[in-house]
Design a protein. Structure first.
Length: 507
């Protein structure tokens, strides 16, 4: 076990570690659950098995979807069978499964896990007119999770050498699973060589090299993928860091919603929050189907693990308010200007100089807290005048509304006041993480509202430790808090607000 858990690779002559796999014949463990006119294609990960998608498939089927959990070429058999395939073969099997679902279905949706998410993106790029939406689970462009050895960054270089045919990269503890009971069962199947039940324990260098080729192809096409996407990723993913999810969010060409899970590792479809994964997927897909089909779909009924608002939460980040239910958003902003309809109208006005963000915290069933934000994109089309350099505008990210000039945080009525500072702290932390990951270095928290004054003072004083410039904003440069003249802060936020409504001009 030490050999598997603490080495980057198994070393030359991998056959002696799993020689009994030579006699394993490929077994078809794909599954099909008939349902309504909305069909979902499920794609498992590299070296994985359709069984890792079965729980999701059952949940979708119970809600009324037709579900096909396909099996990638070369999987669920011997290691030699997997080595004999290239990424084009994996995608060809995805294409064949997709063609099977086309007849008789009016809405086609696709779900991918890990490398399966890349294949889902490739499918959506090839069929932009027929794929209605996709869910991307634990998307992996780089194996860079916290559990991987320190020298993992060398792997892409090693697999380009002749040595790649002799090395076998292996899974390491905790094997992508946080739940100990589930982990023991799956690892036992892996060690027994039962690839149909739990997939392979390791990956050959040749398969990893094909995976890297697939990554290059998909990255080039992401901007052309316009189908709405749901990104689900564990904050503590041990295999693929959160940077992978943020990369997808940043580069897709259509509406994107990102949900971050706080109590799972890489295999979110079998881990502790698998029911939350199903619930988010069902709700998202239901919103993408035509009304006559959506009316026949049922919500996922599995109860949340906890009714306590602070026990388990998921962070939600999206670039369109349409990815959040109107009634959920308006419950948090009851009686305030920041209504769902307000931001929908702002998006339809399509100001080209900003990109909207909506950050929220959910308990799996409902929103607990939410706040809007907007990022500069470097374009000055539609601005009343050129008031700031384009390079500077591209680096600005503001927490708050671009029209009201304030940062109001909405909370669900049932969230107790003693819990609100912790939720606000999480929202601010996610705003900073998301903005910096997308290249923004000037981060502005706009003027707090009168109603939230005590809340903001508590959070900023005890958690952020930022330099307070004026009542209008705090200005942060990357991870350094740089004090600037208050006149500059006031001028900058005033400029941005003027650009939002186009009603002011500056000398």
């Amino acid at each position: 076990m030490k050999l598997w858990g603490h080495r980057v690779w198994s070393g030359p002559g991998h056959k002696h570690l799993n020689a009994h796999q030579d006699t394993i014949e490929a077994t078809d463990v794909s599954f099909f659950f008939p349902g309504g006119k909305a069909a979902v294609l499920l794609i498992h990960g590299l070296t994985g098995t359709p069984n890792e998608m079965r729980s999701v498939g059952k949940g979708l089927a119970l809600s009324g979807f037709t579900v096909y959990g396909m099996q990638l070429a070369g999987h669920c058999g011997s290691e030699e069978a997997l080595i004999a395939t290239r990424w084009q073969d994996w995608y060809a099997s995805v294409e064949a499964a997709y063609q099977r679902l086309v007849p008789g279905h009016e809405a086609l949706l696709v779900v991918g896990l890990c490398a399966g998410a890349l294949l889902a993106l490739q499918l959506a790029a090839n069929h932009p007119d027929t794929i209605h939406g996709m869910a991307l689970y634990a998307t992996t462009f780089r194996y860079d999770g916290w559990a991987l050895p320190r020298l993992h960054f060398l792997v892409p270089y090693v697999v380009q050498t002749p040595l790649t045919d002799f090395y076998r990269f292996v899974e390491v503890f905790p094997f992508g699973i946080k739940n100990e009971r589930i982990r023991q069962r799956i690892v036992a199947s892996m060690l027994a060589g039962n690839s149909t039940e739990a997939g392979n324990l390791g990956m050959t260098g040749r398969s990893l090299r094909e995976f890297l080729h697939l990554v290059k192809v998909v990255k080039k096409r992401m901007a052309g993928v316009v189908a709405p996407a749901l990104i689900l990723h564990a904050r503590e993913d041990d295999v693929a860091s959160l940077g992978n999810a943020r990369y997808v969010f940043r580069h897709l060409g259509g509406p994107v919603k990102m949900v971050l899970l706080d109590d799972s590792y890489h295999l979110i479809t079998v881990d502790q929050q698998r029911h939350d994964v199903i619930r988010h997927t069902v709700d998202f897909f239901k919103g993408l189907t035509p009304p006559e089909i959506a009316g026949q779909l049922k919500p996922y009924q599995r109860a949340a693990r906890s009714s306590n608002a602070m026990d388990a939460h998921q962070l939600v980040v999206t670039n369109s308010v349409t990815n959040i239910l109107p009634e959920q958003w308006d419950r948090c902003f009851s009686g305030r200007e920041e209504s769902w309809a307000h931001f929908l109208a702002l998006e339809r006005a399509n100001p080209s100089w900003i990109s909207m963000r909506y950050l929220a915290i959910s308990d799996g069933n409902r929103l607990l807290a939410a706040v809007p934000a907007f990022y500069g994109v470097g374009s000055q089309r539609g601005m009343p005048v050129r008031v700031v350099p384009r390079w500077f505008l591209r680096g600005v990210a503001c927490l708050g509304s671009p029209e009201t000039g304030q940062c109001r945080v909405g909370f669900a009525p049932e969230v107790a006041r003693e819990h609100r500072p912790a939720l606000l702290d999480l929202l601010i932390h996610e705003f900073i993480s998301d903005a910096v990951a997308q290249g923004h270095r000037c981060l502005i928290i706009q003027k707090k509202s009168e109603d939230d004054s005590q809340l903001w003072d508590a959070v900023v004083t005890h958690r952020l430790r930022v330099t307070r410039l004026t009542d209008a904003c705090w200005v942060l440069f990357s991870t350094f808090f740089v004090p600037l003249p208050s006149s500059f802060a006031t001028w900058l936020t005033g400029t941005l607000h003027a650009c939002a409504d186009g009603s002011k001009s500056y000398e």
